[in-house]
Design a protein around this ligand. Structure first.
Ligand code: ADP
Ligand code: MG
Length: 581
């Protein structure tokens, strides 16, 4: 075929494909336009998951009648005039292609009136074809865009849409994110005649947070509020006791724009480093604000990817901010206060309480309707001392597994294994790079590993050596072990290598730091005193002292609690001395 310029209609459908992938992308573009127009009320109406109707009405600046048809042309924008401005964008839109794209794949009606204008005007476009000149109409100040029969003229695209349920959920999720980023705007989303999201526009972010997660979880989220030079980091992160099995609870905004950026979430996760169990992810909504020159938003037509001028600085700041907030608030798990004495084995601390936020399957991951969500109380966080833990007085050991101690506010039960793991972990991490004491083996031992583990070990030989494992390659997937860390000297050397290196999960981001921490964590797990091991009172006391000195004493490196706190208040209640219910 000879080379030809594509007909305008085909070209615009191709362009539309990049901007308008599904109903939620239409909602996104229209809501962003409303926000750019300084709207304070935005109402979104959706029918048949957006396939039949998407209407976004705002009370923003409006479009003058004589500019209305221009707004619908491709590359027509009021937000940008010179190329240089591309690098200092303060609005959500700037490419001037959303309205044109949407109008080319739907039956499109726009009605708009600037406050100062006497009447509004209306324009109808079908599949990219203007139906008539703008008609004057009576209309409230602001803009209403109606998008009907989306993709009616692109059946191929229509086929790729997911179930109504999924498309609706995408819209819910999107609008909820925007309510968080713009708490001072009053949003209402009506799906199939039912209010799905509603905010008051009061400026309170926790209100919106409870729509995204639930009131219960919103209450527990920790607040971030840090400034580094030109970078402000605000938002909410889950305490270590709340996590889920995937990254979908993580949201980032950069200068008011919802972005999808895997390295930002990696920075967040690194902030939780060793405080969450392997395979668990935090919940977070984080807002970054920086000078517009420092971030390039013109990476993709959907504008949800960004590039940072000072990438590493942004990531390490996020990591530091998260770490700081977690260390400042690391609660000791409390025994469920509902527990009453019964002759059955007392249901004290149940591990499942670790994950009240684990509603991670797709099906249940729907924002709640505000009607079902009680308001979040102001004092969401009980105040606890900053990092560290109170000084404890040893009372004794129970079941050769737990230490009993007294603190300023009641009783503490310490899991000796988890506590020792934490102590060893922090010691080894602090000495990172230094040689850990090793014990040479009289007879070197050979160990054969599965290919995967072998590859990992090969990469990590220098680290292993620092940790006291002197290992050399002996044959394909076979290694000779000449020494092991003194900490593990009681163990079969081959088994020691295996537990440290085997079954390494394919991580999403195998960064050397993370691998190192994991390997060190595994050494500690092996080396820590076990449950069932009787400790002398001196050893018990030493363990408590060492734990008190830890940076994150309240969890083991895998995120399990090291201690449980029974407050005096709780004890008094349990004994019926005070306000028994
Ligand atoms: P962009 O947002 O990238 O400028 P759009 O195609 O989304 O491109 O919109 C084109 C122009 O139409 C905008 O620059 C703006 O001037 C105007 N516009 C669109 N939606 C609205 C709205 N809701 N209120 C006021 N003006 C709007
Ligand atoms: Mg736009």
């Amino acid at each position: 075929m000879p080379i030809k310029i594509l007909p305008e209609e085909v070209a615009s459908q191709i362009a539309a494909g990049e901007v308008v992938e599904r109903p939620a992308s239409v909602v996104k573009e229209l809501v962003e336009n409303a926000l750019d127009a300084s709207a304070t009320h935005i109402t979104i109406t959706v029918e048949e998951a957006g396939k039949k109707l998407i209407e976004v009405a705002d009370n923003g600046e409006g479009i003058p009648a004589d500019e209305l048809s221009l707004a619908l042309s491709r590359h027509a924008t009021s937000k940008l005039s010179q190329a240089e401005e591309l690098f200092s964008i303060r609005t959500l839109g700037f490419r001037g292609e959303a309205l044109a794209s949407i109008a080319s794949v739907s039956r499109f009606t726009i009605t708009s009136r600037p406050k100062a204008a006497e009447a509004g005007s209306r324009l109808i476009v079908e599949g990219g074809h203007l139906q008539d000149d703008p008609q004057p109409v009576g209309a409230p100040a602001g803009t209403v865009v109606r998008v009907e029969d989306l993709f009616y003229n692109v059946p191929a695209r229509k086929k790729f849409l997911k179930t109504d349920r999924t498309e609706r959920r995408q819209i819910d999720a999107l609008v909820t994110r925007y309510t968080l980023a713009y708490p001072e705007v009053r949003f209402q989303l009506v799906q199939e005649g039912r209010t799905a999201v509603q905010t008051s526009g009061s400026g309170d972010r926790r209100e919106a947070l409870s729509v995204l997660f639930s009131a219960e979880i919103a209450k527990q989220m920790l607040e971030l509020n840090t400034e580094y030079d030109d970078l402000t980091i605000q938002g909410f992160i889950s305490p270590t006791s709340l996590s889920r099995s995937n990254r979908r609870g993580i949201t980032f905004f950069v200068n008011g724009r919802w972005v999808q950026d895997i390295s930002l979430s990696t920075a967040l996760i690194q902030g939780y480093h060793s405080m969450l169990m392997v395979g668990r992810y935090p919940l977070a909504v984080i807002f970054l604000e920086m000078k517009p020159e420092k971030v390039d938003v013109n990476v993709h037509p959907a504008k949800s990817e960004v590039r940072f001028a000072e990438r590493n600085q942004v990531f390490s700041s996020v990591q530091r901010a998260v770490r700081g907030a977690l260390l400042a608030y690391s609660p000791v798990p409390q025994v469920n206060t509902q527990v009453r004495w019964t002759p059955q084995p007392p249901p004290v601390y149940t591990p499942s309480e670790d994950f009240p936020g684990d509603y991670g399957t797709e099906e249940t991951e729907q924002p709640q309707t505000p009607g079902e969500t009680p308001p979040v109380p102001e004092t969401a966080q009980p105040s606890l001392p900053a990092s560290g833990m109170p000084l404890l007085r040893l009372v004794g050991q129970v079941g050769s597994a737990f230490l009993v101690a007294e603190g300023p506010d009641g009783l503490y039960l310490v899991d000796q294994h988890a506590a020792h793991e934490r102590v060893l972990f922090e010691k080894l991490m602090a000495q990172r790079g230094e040689q850990v004491p090793a014990q040479a083996l009289l007879d070197p031992v050979t160990v054969e590993l599965p290919t995967e583990s072998s590859r990992l070990l090969e990469d990590q030989l220098p680290l292993m050596e620092k940790l006291g494992f002197q290992i050399e390659l002996f044959g394909p997937n076979t290694y000779r072990v000449r020494s092991v860390p003194t900490l593990l000297s009681g163990m079969d050397p081959a088994a020691a290598v295996r537990v440290v290196i085997e079954d390494f999960e394919e991580d999403e981001t195998p960064l050397q730091d993370e691998i190192e921490a994991k390997i060190i964590g595994r050494v500690c797990k092996r080396a820590a005193v076990k449950a069932g091991q009787t400790l002398s009172p001196d050893e018990q006391r030493a363990l408590l002292r060492d734990l008190e000195a830890c940076q994150a004493p309240r969890t083991c490196p895998h995120g399990r609690p090291t201690m449980i706190h029974l407050s005096i208040d709780l004890l008094e209640r349990q004994f019926g001395r005070k306000g028994a219910r």
